[in-house]
Design a binder for this molecule. Sequence first.
Ligand code: ARG
Length: 585
Amino acid sequence: MLLIDRLSDVVGAAFEAEGFDPKLGRVVRSDRPDLAPFQCNGALAGAKAAKTNPRAIGEAVAARLREEPLFEKVELAGPGFLNLSLTEAALVDAVEAVAADEHLGAWRRADPEKVIMDYGGPNIAKPLHVGHLRSAIIGEAMKRLFRVVGDEVLGDIHLGDWGLQMGQLITQIEREQPNLPYFDDALTGPYPEESPVSVEDLARAYPLASAACKEDEARLAEAQAATAALQAGRPGYRALWQHFVDVSKVALEKDYAELGVSFDLWKGEADADPFIAPLVERLQQNGVIEEDDGALIIRVARDDDKKEIPPLLMVKSNGSVGYGSTDVATIEERVRDLRAERIVYVVDQRQAQHFEQVFRAAARAGLMTEDRLEHAGFGTMNGKDGKPFKTREGGVLRLRDLIDMVVGEASTRITQGGMAADLPPKEQEQIAQRVGIAALKFADLSNPRTTDYIFDLEKFVSFEGKTGPYLLYAAVRIRSVLSRAAETGEGASLILGEPSERGLALALSAYGEAVRAAYQKRLPHILCDHAFHLAQSFSRFYTDCRIGDEADTAKRSSRLRLASITYQQLISVLTILGISVPERM
Ligand code: ARG
């Protein structure tokens, strides 16, 4: 049980004994930790309901709580706030509970679910944009968080591999290499095993095709027809398409690995294609799908909608399917074949309407209820001009460029700070890599998911303030304190005599609440706040107390043990955030 819940129970029982609702006993971390670490404001609400004086209720409850061995001090403040401090023994118990837990005090849910985390979502050949980057970073953290909490989670990249861009690419490659066997209608295979194009070819061909389609309607119609033919199963197109997908996957996997992002499933929109026709047929029979101007649609608008939600397009008039249809069919697949009980989509907030349509359509189709489908949207990472961030002088975002940029800056900072100077060059490189990635990821994750934020390289890579590098540095420092000591402190009894020792113990005890709130609200930044607070609490402890060189043996081993527990919890929370810590720097 979380410490905060236990405190709420005890205070709730005191309220109940005074004839009040035990819910009034809810304890929270104090917003004035200088007065007391915990507080309960129930007396005010109780007095309002009973039309009595809050201080009188507060006094009565406080008198009962003073009898509890948990509390060292119970004080009534202002109009009736209860300020609560714990005894050293209670704090020691709380830290022992953290130390004994394999997840270092993380909250676990009693009734785990089978969840599909849909994130990443890059499109074959189309360049990644900041939305894809954020999706990868936030989705990876959410997947790990859900796992720590107990859910069974599969991360699925859901590649964009079935839309118009495929027809655009096919027709572009046909223009460039018309003699390839894939374009010969008379042939049905076998086709060469070697891909006729590289990822670089795709990255070059797609913008050409896309621009041409914008300028020329006939060219667009051609790409649309090729998309429809691909989806209808034209063998040469399918074979060529498979090459596009395969070469792209290899490149993507490498970029994601560098970011510390990995997927259990590399499925894509195309994987759902075979399920669309039978689904459409069934939904036409039961009237969920309607015909509209030659297209097949599912109406999803409701009377009480504040703004109009257009119908979901299942099959276009030329027979091709789109983003909405593949998403609906993918839900069917995930429920039927993967036994998903919940699907969380970590996708740009700007797609909110798309997901509203898809979720409603899925519910109307009887595939999954809307309460099990979640869009965890996020805001944009903007440049200093307030527009979505781009690298290369306004060009498209390339993950490679972005990573090189942050790692380069991290390397400069490390050199300036005189860090890692006497380590082998290879290790220096690895440290810069970790610092750079940590800077980027922590900057992204520490903002509340739905807000926009500004890409500020200088701030991200700084070793001061609430940054990734600061946290890495904090972790490495604890590690070095521990490795320099002659003993580990393992098994030592904890002594929490100094204020900074208690502060650290309190910070450690707050992890469970942070995990629970981050999970329930789907807000990973709460974990960033915890990591930062923990690191700061350690820093105070480190400044105030001697650790490895403390003369008193009992204190020394207690402090080493406290440092070691802190290190483990810090590593745990950073691991959830997908941030890896170097051994030294
Ligand atoms: N490929 C899409 C895009 O670039 C993102 C996919 C998100 N996932 C989903 N199931 N729709 O916008």
